[in-house]
Design a binder for this molecule. Structure first.
Ligand code: FEO
Length: 162
């Protein structure tokens, strides 16, 4: 049984996941315009992943017979000065989402909502992976800075994401 506070918080999380998805789609479009085709592909894959996260919560709420509320998506950025700036913003977004997931875990514990607590474990682990993969990309980009040959090869690698 999911309480009112938890269902509200899960609906907020769906909105945050969809917002993330739109942010990454926006980054994908911007990367294409900057001729970073590999990064554009990477961000599109990230968009799909965020939508999967949203659907995972939707499916869970439906399984628990909880009303799922569609909410408006707030405005998202559409311009970045560099690829590095995009990935830095991606990391900031992932860190924010991690905080939200941890707050949901705290709420599940306070409400003695054991089913939701177990459900959220997957997201806790997922956030560790998400932050780590973006951090690794940023570290390499900071190492090569304005070396466009090195950036080109990194872009090719980003394009290989499955
Ligand atoms: Fe759904 Fe990247 O957090």
């Amino acid at each position: 049984m999911i309480g009112k506070r938890m269902s509200e918080a899960l609906n907020n999380q769906i909105n945050a996941e969809v917002w993330s998805a739109f942010l990454y789609l926006s980054m994908s479009l911007a990367a294409t315009e900057m001729c970073w085709r590999g990064a554009a592909h990477w961000f599109r894959k990230q968009h799909e992943e965020e939508m999967r996260h949203a659907f995972k919560i939707i499916d869970y709420m439906e399984d628990q017979s909880v009303h799922v509320a569609m909410r408006p998506i707030a405005e998202f950025p559409t311009h970045w000065d560099s690829l590095l700036a995009m990935f830095e913003e991606a990391l900031a977004q992932e860190e924010k989402v991690t905080g939200m997931i941890h707050a949901l875990c705290d709420l599940a514990s306070t409400e003695h909502d054991h089913a939701t607590a177990v459900f959220l474990h997957w997201f806790v682990t997922e956030q560790v992976e998400e932050e780590d993969s973006v951090k690794a990309i940023i570290e390499r980009m900071r190492l090569v800075r304005d070396d466009y040959t090195a950036l080109f090869f990194q872009d090719v690698e980003l394009g290989e994401r499955v």
